[in-house]
Design a protein around this ligand. Structure first.
Ligand code: AMP
Ligand code: MG
Length: 427
């Protein structure tokens, strides 16, 4: 049986980065730029004022103080977006708003608070300057942020809100990005019923398709739910066919040793099985392989056969399908963040597998504390709902004790966790 690390290596070997497409910038969050972005313009385009005040010649403020102000003649007011009509000649000032272009002749801006404007009525015809101002003060020079012709964002950059803003500041509404993979999701099992249907006796709702689709969305790919296949070869082959133009196929169920566990056999006939069973708990029965694509020359499609147990399915998605999706999207950092935490409960490792135990991590007195979220059966999906991380117990360790420092792979990291954590405490 291969280790988690070997399995991930075998998966990533088979994953290629997808092609590029042009997309509106607001659709690109989390995607990777497929072109270098050069600026056609200076930003800001002109020297402009950093403050509300008066554009003047610094030489005209020489010797100014509160006791003996310098008085200048005000010729106009220039607002942001406008162009000054005149220039600032010696003895003159132009009233200027933040962001407005600095008029010719002026070499600095005097803030309102350094003038006597508050003592005057309306828009004054004359203004008193109350202190000396050096040249360049409160002027943002043209091109201060970005100079025309410069490389602003490199190919390979992950687009976050700041990058969306930078692109908009250049007037770019669309950019080339690596496209998002389409992930076909298929549940298998005679016992499954779709959530839109009433629940007959002996059946259960198909939850895996929804948890997996939500994970696919979270990591930036496009889920395509293919419904439920029965535990028969015909039904499975027919449904799988619907996913043959996707970039990835994820099935759940039917990968153990039961009489009806046919996914591995069908994959072997319809493509190639690369590995089955990984030294991990939960999720040992994972299958990975390549499904033949539609048509003769079509590319083969990576297929993850996740175990049916809802916790196993989610954890194996995080461990293997998530990095594969990110690699397809051109992302370089494929790892979840980890923290070191003090464990509040002991975890035994009886059969040399790597254990991923569901925990709630909280910060207590500057230290992370990890507590198990109750029973750890692979069918107990609420143990995932209560968790924000997975404690990793190495395969070569007989277990970890209460009070040990352990590595926790964080599933969630951010505001939404804190919120749900405080809600949980009240329960
Ligand atoms: P299997 O891997 O097919 O033997 O399934 C293992 C367990 O997971 C069984 O108890 C199944 O009923 C359950 N299971 C399988 N598929 C799903 C699903 N899509 N949603 C919820 N539970 C499932
Ligand atoms: Mg089954």
């Amino acid at each position: 049986m291969i280790s988690v690390d070997q399995a991930l290596e075998k998966v990533l070997e088979r994953i290629d980065v997808l092609g590029a497409e042009e997309s509106p910038i607001l659709n690109c969050l989390g995607q990777v730029l497929a072109e270098d972005i050069f600026s056609p313009i200076n930003i800001p385009p002109l020297d402009n004022s950093a403050m509300d005040g008066y554009a003047v010649r610094s030489a005209d403020t020489r010797g100014a103080s509160r006791r003996s102000p310098c008085f200048l003649r005000v010729t106009e007011t220039v607002t942001a977006g406008a162009i000054p009509k005149g220039e600032v000649k010696p003895g003159m000032a132009i009233r200027i708003m933040t962001g407005a272009p600095v008029p010719k002749g002026a070499d600095c801006v005097v803030r309102f608070e350094d003038t006597d404007e508050s003592e005057r009525e309306g828009t004054p015809a004359e203004i008193g300057i109350l202190q000396e101002i050096e040249a360049g003060r409160d002027i943002r020079p043209a091109g201060e942020d970005i100079t025309a012709g410069s490389l602003v964002l490199r190919k390979g950059t992950v687009i976050r809100p700041a990058e969306v803003g930078v692109l908009a500041s250049l007037g770019r509404g669309r950019v080339m990005v690596i496209r998002r993979p389409v992930v076909a999701i298929l549940a298998t099992g005679d016992e499954l019923v779709d959530i839109a249907q009433p629940l007959p006796q002996g059946k259960i709702y198909n939850s895996n398709s929804y948890s997996v689709a939500a994970l696919v969305l979270r990591y930036g790919a496009v889920p395509r739910i293919l419904g439920i296949a029965l535990d028969s070869e015909d039904s499975l082959v027919a449904r799988l066919h619907l996913g043959r133009d996707a970039d990835m196929v994820i099935t759940s169920g039917g990968v153990s040793l039961g009489d009806y566990d046919i996914v591995r056999e069908v994959l072997a006939k319809q493509g190639e099985t690369i590995f089955w069973q990984v030294r991990e708990k939960p999720g040992k029965p994972l299958v990975f392989g390549m499904l033949r694509g539609k048509g003769g020359k079509a590319k083969n499609i990576p297929l993850f056969g996740l175990a049916g147990n809802p916790v196993s399915a989610m954890i194996n998605f995080e461990l293997f399908a998530r990095p594969a999706i990110l690699k397809m999207m051109g992302r370089k950092n494929l790892a979840k963040p980890t923290v070191e935490a003090i464990l509040a409960d002991a975890i035994e490792n009886t059969d040399g597998r790597r254990i991923f135990a569901r925990v709630l991590v909280e910060k207590r007195g500057g230290q992370y504390l990890a507590r198990l979220t109750g029973p750890q059966g692979s069918g107990v999906l609420t143990s995932m709902a209560l968790a924000n991380g997975l404690v990793v117990v190495p395969e070569n360790k007989p277990g970890v004790k209460r009070g040990d420092l352990v590595k926790v792979m964080m599933l969630d990291w951010g505001e939404e966790v804190e919120q749900s954590v405080s809600k949980r405490r009240k329960v």
